[in-house]
Design a protein around this ligand. Structure first.
Ligand code: F6R
Length: 241
């Protein structure tokens, strides 16, 4: 794992943005893996700015998001589909039929999970996967205890994750209790992974990612086994390193 320490969130976003642009500008058919949450917002804004300045085109890019809540309509303001549209897709001229998220409203969710896996394979696997880090070590919605061999699947969300995400909802009762997420093995098949970690609150989790034992009890620890991981972390997040 390569650790890139940056001073602050702005630098983190710019550094990650440049890694994304490098793929988008050099690969013929770049396939990006994307995350939601607070951490990648600055990265997405950076990409929007670069697009508006005419420095990049996303017409040839295919994207796969890590996860989606189960049971929210696509246009629900808390769905990850809505988030991606508002925070990135609608601003960068990417054809929407090249942007994939798991369908959390599919009638048969297990079938949707299999189809999602197949779509990723057909696209030639993910060239660069952006990840955020959960306080409990989750990546995507793979909570502690998820087998490292997991593929895209349906999960029950941890109470701690629901609470952490409640800030986006009117109340915790509205936070869905299930999600559909790429599995850990799916994520690990990405050719390159960029883990973004910002803020003092993530310092303990980042310490475990880098120095902890590789254990299903802390899913992100598996990244130690991936051949091409770049961790971009700000000073606050690196406090315990
Ligand atoms: C989001 C996702 C999650 C988040 C993680 C960190 O698609 O898969 O694993 O990356 O919960 O979230 P933030 O960035 O809000 O701290």
């Amino acid at each position: 794992m390569e650790l890139i320490k940056v001073r602050n969130y702005e630098e983190l976003s710019e550094y990650a943005g440049k890694l994304v642009l490098e793929k988008v500008n050099t690969l013929e058919n770049p396939v990006l893996g994307l995350a939601t949450g607070s951490t990648p917002e600055g990265l997405y804004q950076y990409l929007i700015n670069q697009y508006k300045e005419g420095k990049v085109s996303f017409e040839h890019v295919v994207t796969f998001n890590l996860d989606e809540y189960v049971g929210l309509e696509k246009d629900d303001i808390n769905s990850y589909n809505y988030y991606m549209n508002e925070k990135l897709f609608k601003h960068i001229g990417i054809p929407r039929n090249q942007t994939y998220l798991p369908d959390g409203n599919a009638i048969d969710l297990n079938e949707e999970a299999t189809n999602y896996e197949n779509r990723i394979k057909q696209a030639g696997n993910i060239d660069l996967q952006i990840l955020g880090l959960g306080l409990n070590g989750h990546i995507g919605f793979n909570e502690p205890g998820t087998p490292f061999t997991s593929r895209t699947h349906i999960v029950q969300l941890d109470e701690s994750t629901r609470q952490a995400n409640a800030r986006f909802f009117i109340s915790i009762d509205e936070v869905p209790s299930q999600a559909i997420t790429m599995g850990i093995e799916t994520i690990m098949e990405s050719k390159q992974i960029v883990l973004l970690v910002s803020g003092e609150g993530k310092a303990e989790a980042l310490h475990r990612v880098i120095n902890g034992e590789v254990s299903e009890e802390f899913p992100a620890s598996i990244l130690q086994k991936h051949p091409h991981v770049i961790i971009v972390a700000d000073e606050a997040a690196c406090k315990l390193l």
